[in-house]
Design a protein around this ligand. Sequence first.
Ligand SMILES: [Fe+2]
Length: 246
Amino acid sequence: MKYAVLSDIHSNYEALDVVLRKVDEIGVDGYAFCGDLIGYGPDPEECCQRLMKLKNLIAVMGNHDMSLFREDFFNWFSDYAKQSMLYTAKQLSQKSQEFIKTFAKEYHGKDFSMVHGSFLDPFRDYLLTAEQFVLNLDKWKGNLCFVGHSHVPFIMSYKSNHMPQIDLFLGSDVTLKLLPGIRYMINPGSIGQPRDTNEKASFGIFDSKEQTFRLIRLPYDIKAVQDKIESRGLPTILSTRLKQGK
Ligand SMILES: [Fe+2]
């Protein structure tokens, strides 16, 4: 099976559109979504409608998705995140809200596991260190797990009795061969709001037969998204950070 691995779309339709067009060109059998479909960006309903149409979608819920239904998650946000979620709630149809409700808390399948933050705290934990990786090791089985939340594309690899290694994905198109006997936790980066100082949309292609993971970065029309953010009265920081990639 070949999967498109998507994360942190954050209502950025222009970025999502560019990514899904590229995925169509490549050709996949299914989609793995690591959470945070909504929040921050101007087009939550359009992004929901697009994701709903994907065949063989496996999706886990992000903290922004969860904040639609849980006040304690909403209260945890910064002022600008709260403002964007109030806007988002007004935009979303009942059908889209029901669709987001179907996202799982975590996923454990034959080819991979998946969670938004970490298995210790699926919605709040930013998995960024080797120590966190070790604490999560017995919470999932198999050799591969996808995570999101930090908006930084990276790969953590672990061989028994060794310290985990953390590598950032550098470059616009990088393919890694996943080796037997090694366990991997991969963040495909963010489609709608990258935070690794690279403004290009980030996503991955996982081939379970070949055991390869390909990380791809794509430019999209940032100006069009910024104009929508401004014209719809969303906080300016949500516009400026898109260009800065942080
Ligand atoms: Fe996010």
